[in-house]
Design a protein. Structure first.
Length: 227
């Protein structure tokens, strides 16, 4: 069964989560300080990290980049009393896979953990390609025409969706759900802003632009000559 790390400085909350997950046969370890978690990640792998966003006075999202550098494939679920779309988007943009507001029901947490475990085990492919683009899923690396392109976690999620489904139009609503997760206002322009940043990175002078806008429909990955 999957291994779950819990970063939570409220021992009662941590134990509540851990007890529930253990009943479901997960292997669980609790951490109350970030340095303890980082030290352990250097030696041990976990499938899922459930992390409270505020550990004392520390905003734990500032450590996600470090966590990803140690364990690129770990799935991160943020728990936070900071509500609202701005806080959710910030947490997801810096690399979390999901964001659940406090107070929460254990049943919902359990369902989200199951979904993250399923994501972890569902795709056997480690390298995917389209035209001159190569994505290494395990290490979250991208190359285009032999050039390494550094993407943020949410940009890499977007590219993975596009490369796995070329020539398919993806609506903004679909991308909001699949990349940024739950309860995001569909009136937000977060998708358009993210796509604009992504285009600047991948559409350099010697390459064809590949991410195309379809007015009223969404975005598609396609060689422009095909349209």
């Amino acid at each position: 069964m999957a291994r779950v790390a819990i970063l939570e400085d409220d021992v009662r909350v941590a134990k509540f989560i851990a007890d529930g997950l253990k009943v479901e046969a997960y292997q669980v370890e609790i951490f109350t300080v970030i340095n303890q978690l980082i030290d352990t990640l250097q030696e041990q792998a976990f499938d899922i990290l459930i992390m409270d966003r505020l550990i004392g006075k520390l905003d734990a999202v500032s450590w996600i980049k470090t966590i990803r550098s140690l364990r690129p494939n770990i799935k991160i679920l943020i728990l936070s009393a900071l509500s609202g779309s701005i806080n959710r988007i910030k947490g997801l943009e810096v690399g979390a896979d999901d964001y659940l507001e406090k107070p929460f029901q254990y049943h919902e947490l359990s369902l989200r953990v199951k979904k993250l475990v399923k994501k972890e085990t569902s795709s056997p492919e480690s390298i995917i390609n389209y035209e001159d683009i190569t994505l290494e899923l395990d290490g979250q690396k991208m190359q285009r025409a032999g050039k390494v392109i550094h993407l943020s976690p949410y940009e890499f999620k977007l590219m993975t969706i596009f490369v796995k489904n070329p020539q398919k139009i993806h609506s903004r609503t679909e991308l909001l759900d699949r990349v940024w997760g739950y309860n995001i206002d569909t009136g937000s322009n977060v998708v358009d802003v993210a796509i604009a940043k992504l285009r600047k990175k991948i559409n350099f002078a010697t390459c064809e632009p590949l991410i195309i806008s379809r007015r009223g429909s969404g975005y598609i990955l396609s060689n422009t000559q095909a349209w």
